[in-house]
Design a protein. Structure first.
Length: 70
């Protein structure tokens, strides 16, 4: 599985585990909802800075977002 698909799958899984919408995650990470949607739909490539902000919002290490989904 390529890295963008792993990121999208892990973001979505962790977001849903918290019961969060894309908008709630975006607000927590300080990015636009359409940016979160774009990452999950594989049309956006987040910067390392955005990846870190999303990881912090999801309370997980940034590297875990890139691991193969469990």
């Amino acid at each position: 599985m390529e890295v963008r698909r792993r990121l999208a799958a892990n973001m979505k899984r962790l977001r849903k585990a918290k019961g969060w919408s894309q908008e709630v995650l975006a607000d927590a990470a300080g990015v636009d909802r359409t940016y979160v949607s774009g990452i999950e739909r594989l049309v956006r490539n987040p910067t390392i800075t955005v990846l870190e902000r999303i990881a912090q919002a999801l309370d997980t290490p940034a590297g875990h977002l890139l691991d193969p989904p469990t």
